[in-house]
Design a protein around this ligand. Structure first.
Ligand code: FPP
Length: 260
């Protein structure tokens, strides 16, 4: 199914040990910003005869692993698509479970993130999130706001079209109130109205589970990102796969529409 994609995977990395791939990728420029669509939790659980929620619990373990790996590599920004504006359509019990995960993650992982100098940010409309979950999310942000290391963005109740529409509304208000003029508006100015203001655009987007689509994720920001797909389901993702994705990224030729 993914044959056309697989031919791009760098075969050289598959025979190497995880440590060898890591030391190889550390010698070349790393992506500054990696964004991940963590997909396949439900299928992972189904394959094991478990409820879908068990897949999300297993997915949390990979969230921890990928944060640690990105921090150890010295990546600047990691954005994790954790709950989309469309995910509310899932069964009530599953949504409730997903909303409990940040509360649990706070108990188990906040101190480690503080110790690692990780700064946590949220992308998305938190006003619709249940109050106890929302306060856990705020606590992540507040307790890590002065940290200067890896920035981890959790995209929660996030949708790129929503983000772009909100930016346009705010811009129109600012033009009407005279705060800005239409002439000031260019791409970099527009970027300041997005939730990722101040951050570099993703260099690399990873999606697990074999789905080859973007699903309303960072539509403006990924205009020139390199895309990397794997059939591995999110709960089976590993730091080795992260290294492989980076290894392949480093072998791509980014031309931004120009000729090299
Ligand atoms: C997609 O798999 C996954 C999600 C919608 C949720 C991802 C969330 C986490 C891994 C935990 C996030 C953690 C925090 C702290 C916010 P799916 O359920 O769509 O899988 P399927 O396509 O196989 O059904």
């Amino acid at each position: 199914m993914l044959d056309s994609i697989k031919r791009f995977v760098n075969p050289a990395s598959s025979s190497k040990s995880t440590e060898e791939i890591m030391s190889k990728i550390m010698k070349a420029p790393l992506p500054q910003h990696i964004a991940i669509i963590m997909d396949g939790n439900g299928r992972w659980a189904k394959k094991r005869g478990l409820p879908r929620t068990a897949g999300h619990a297993a997915g949390m373990i990979r969230v921890r692993e990928v944060i640690r790996a990105a921090d150890e590599l010295g990546i600047k920004v990691l954005t994790l698509y954790s709950f989309s504006t469309e995910n509310w359509k899932r069964p009530k019990q599953e949504v409730e479970y997903l909303m409990k995960l940040p509360i649990q993650f706070l108990k188990t992982d906040l101190q480690e993130l503080v110790d690692r100098n990780v700064r946590v940010q949220m992308l998305g409309d938190l006003s619709a999130i249940p109050p106890t979950t929302r306060s856990a999310l705020h606590e992540f942000v507040e307790r890590t706001q002065n940290n200067s290391g890896l920035i981890v963005n959790f995209a929660i109740n996030y949708g790129a079209r929503d983000e772009i529409m909100s930016a346009i509304h705010q811009l129109i208000d600012d033009v009407h109130s005279g705060k800005i003029t239409k002439d000031q508006l260019d791409e970099s100015f527009f970027h300041q109205y997005l939730l990722t203001r101040g951050l570099p655009d993703p260099d690399l987007v990873i999606r697990t589970s074999g789905e080859i689509r973007i699903s309303n994720f960072l539509l403006w920001q990924i205009a020139y990102s390199e895309l990397w797909f794997t059939e591995v389901l999110w709960p089976d993702f590993s730091k080795r796969l992260l290294y492989q994705a980076i290894d392949e990224f480093q072998n791509r030729s980014r031309r931004y529409g120009a000729v090299k």
